[in-house]
Design a protein around this ligand. Structure first.
Ligand code: GLU
Length: 270
């Protein structure tokens, strides 16, 4: 069994990350498997080297180990580009020139047509817009993916949390997988890297349950094996809201500085 832990270095790890990490390492230990570490740092504007260094320190403090080299997504852009090119060549992608603001406005003015927004479809003025150098996003067309895969589209299945599900990517609409000058999004990079790293079991928070439906479709289009999925709960703070990187007091290094031991963190995460 090969699994992975894939934090983004956009802040210091907090108690919720420790809980998530322990879910992954405990499952690997129980299965005699291995945990690969992946740094999801494609968002250059939000990621910081200090946070990446802190990830290594905090995980090591918890007694967690991983094989080197660590996969850093910022060094793997060529793989995402190649996957994007393959999807474009399959004819399942289209350029969407609508800005986030325009999409939000059309959704607000016609809420009952929100589905149309998520399935915006190719732009009739594409040639003119391209010639004018307008920015765009690459969206995966579910209609075209269905046409490309044929009967296999409706037969897509995956195992999550011990049950078998039909993949139903329609809930997410035509998702953005890349932008004009940037060859990937979280979804594409995650699927490409799970395949490159030979991941057989993906263990992550329940906030990504819906994403599995899209990831299974991307795996079918790109010819990758589908791993087994396991979702764990997210820790919540005293206010009942999920812990986030903004909850500085819950940062592992702040807790460590305040005298909390690694063993106490492990006990808190039971
Ligand atoms: N970088 C993502 C996160 O920190 C990982 C999601 C995943 O495990 O696929 O939430």
């Amino acid at each position: 069994m090969i699994t992975r832990f894939a934090p983004s270095p956009t802040g210091y790890l907090h108690l919720g990350h420790a809980y998530a990490a322990l879910q992954v390492w405990d499952a690997a230990r129980a299965a005699g498997g291995v945990v690969l570490l992946r740094i999801e740092d494609i968002d250059a504007g939000r990621c910081r080297p200090t946070y990446e260094t802190a990830i290594y320190e905090d995980l090591a403090w918890l007694g967690l180990t991983w094989p080197e080299p660590v996969l850093r997504q910022s060094s793997a852009m060529g793989f995402y580009s190649a996957a994007l090119d393959r999807l474009i060549a399959q004819g399942v992608m289209y350029r969407c020139f609508k800005t986030r603001k325009a999409l939000a406005e059309s959704a607000a003015s016609a809420p009952h047509r929100a589905g149309d927004v998520m399935h915006a479809g190719p732009d009739p003025d594409e040639a003119t817009r391209l010639a004018a150098g307008q920015a765009f996003a690459w969206r995966l067309s579910l209609a075209r993916a269905r046409a490309y895969l044929g009967a296999a589209f409706d037969a897509l299945m995956f195992t999550a949390d011990g049950q078998t599900y039909p993949a139903n990517p329609a809930g997410l609409g035509d998702v953005i997988l890349a932008r004009k000058d940037f060859p990937t999004s979280y979804h594409l990079a995650s699927v490409v890297d799970d395949a490159r790293q030979g991941v057989t079991q993906v263990i992550r928070g329940e906030d990504l349950k819906d994403a599995a439906h899209l990831h299974v479709l991307l795996q079918a289009l790109l010819g990758f094996a589908t791993p087994v999925y396991t979702h764990h709960r997210l820790l919540v703070g005293a206010d009942g809201k999920r812990l986030s990187k903004r909850d500085g007091a819950m940062a592992l290094r702040a807790m460590r500085a305040a005298g909390t031991t690694a063993q106490e963190i492990l006990t808190l995460c039971q």
